[in-house]
Ligand binder design. Structure first.
Ligand code: ATP
Length: 362
């Protein structure tokens, strides 16, 4: 079988350790992968003048598929998030984040199995912002006042929340197509249309229109985001596929991760028409970086999603099975999981946990 060439962006912080662990596990799974390493992160600023070098973007474009460790957003350097820049440059309009219980991972429930489909390109993440006191902010404040739209304090910074028909249609269609393909029966749209009538209201209107195209195949409901959050915490099994505008999807992802045992086990993918970049939900956790303490499960499960995407379902299934086996045994689990389960058993290091997974694969 020919090998799939995949761009591997280790990132920084705990990404160095979680990416090395992921690579070891994927190689032990028998998947036909060849890695092309590309760099991104604060450590590239000095050499390339940017945390996201053009050569890295080119490598993803060439191979079409990448897996990425977390990248720290450098504070005070004038650079925006590498993650957001990558999603924009490659038009990765879907953020897919499964929330699935793992046995013995310290989740609040044993039966969580839902899919977060987060719009990735607009909303408050669009990056259209004006600092307090800037001429643009003052002009906007004046415009709001003059148009009768509302009064904004002069000393306000402003972030714009665009929600378009095009992006909403694309993301909601993706959610429904995903539900059809995966045999899931319900799509929920989460929003705050009762307050933000022209942005979230539009999101809901378009979601309802798209839902009609799938009538009889997949059911549809909508929830106001605050009620959704309460429902998720109280009875997560009521949800199946949930589609969100960008910001709510980000928050719901961490909420979902918290329900199943924490960020250490929450995988994800950013998907567009031409490219896909797989990455854990978590960030670079600088406080535990370089200490062999990180939990690589989230990146390893992101790799399993990547293998499905590449048409290597056996290797993906083998990795998921090995993860479940090691968690169910409970002998070799990292510190975050020991904490989530309230266990006083000694915690495994990242490298020890990885070795246990490799052993479970053989
Ligand atoms: P970002 O803003 O980049 O999303 P963040 O500041 O929200 O990052 P994370 O880096 O995602 O935060 O992590 C928050 C905390 O969760 C970390 O300090 C760490 O304690 C824990 N954590 C996250 N990921 C892992 C992991 N893979 N293994 C162990 N602990 C983790």
């Amino acid at each position: 079988m020919t090998k799939h060439v995949v761009t591997l962006i280790p990132g920084d912080g705990i990404g160095i350790e979680t990416s090395a662990a992921m690579r070891k596990v994927v190689e032990a799974s028998g998947a036909h992968i060849e890695w092309e390493i590309a760099e991104a992160g604060a450590h590239m600023i000095e050499a390339c003048g940017t945390p996201l070098p053009e050569a890295t973007l080119e490598a993803v474009r060439r191979n079409k598929v990448a897996i990425k460790g977390p990248v720290t957003t450098p504070v005070g350097t004038g650079f925006r998030s590498v993650n957001v820049a990558l999603r924009k440059a490659l038009d990765l309009y879907v953020c897919l984040r499964p929330v699935l219980s793992l046995p013995g991972a310290g989740g609040r429930y044993e039966d969580v199995d839902l899919i977060i489909v987060r719009e990735n390109s607009e909303d408050l993440y669009a990056g259209v912002e004006f600092p307090v006191g800037s001429p643009e902010a003052l002009r906007l404040i004046e415009l709001c006042e003059q148009s009768g739209a509302g009064s904004i304090r002069q000393d306000s910074g402003i972030s714009i929340k665009p929600i378009s028909i095009t992006a909403t249609r694309n993301i909601v269609r993706y959610a429904f197509d995903y539900a059809v393909k995966q045999g899931r029966s319900l799509v929920t749209a989460a929003h705050k249309a009762n307050i933000m009538k022209y942005s979230d209201g539009l999101f809901l209107q378009v979601a309802r229109e798209v839902a009609e195209e799938y009538a009889g195949k997949v059911a549809f409901e909508d929830r106001i985001i605050d009620a959704f959050c309460m429902g998720l915490v109280m009875e997560p099994s009521q949800f199946d596929v949930v589609v969100f505008p960008n910001l709510y999807g980000d928050i719901a992802s961490d909420l979902g991760a918290g329900l199943i045992g924490g960020l250490g086990i929450a995988p994800g993918a950013n998907i567009g028409k031409d490219y896909a970049v797989f990455e854990a939900v978590h960030g670079s956790a600088p406080l535990i970086a370089g200490k062999d303490l990180a939990n690589p499960t989230a990146e390893i499960l992101s790799a399993a999603m990547m293998l499905d995407h590449l048409g290597e379902p056996q290797a993906a299934a083998a990795i998921r099975k090995a993860v479940r086996t090691v968690y169910a045994k409970g002998e070799c689990l990292t510190a975050d999981i020991r904490k989530a389960t309230g266990s006083d058993k000694p915690a495994a290091r990242c490298s020890e946990f990885t070795d246990a997974l490799v052993a479970a694969l053989s």
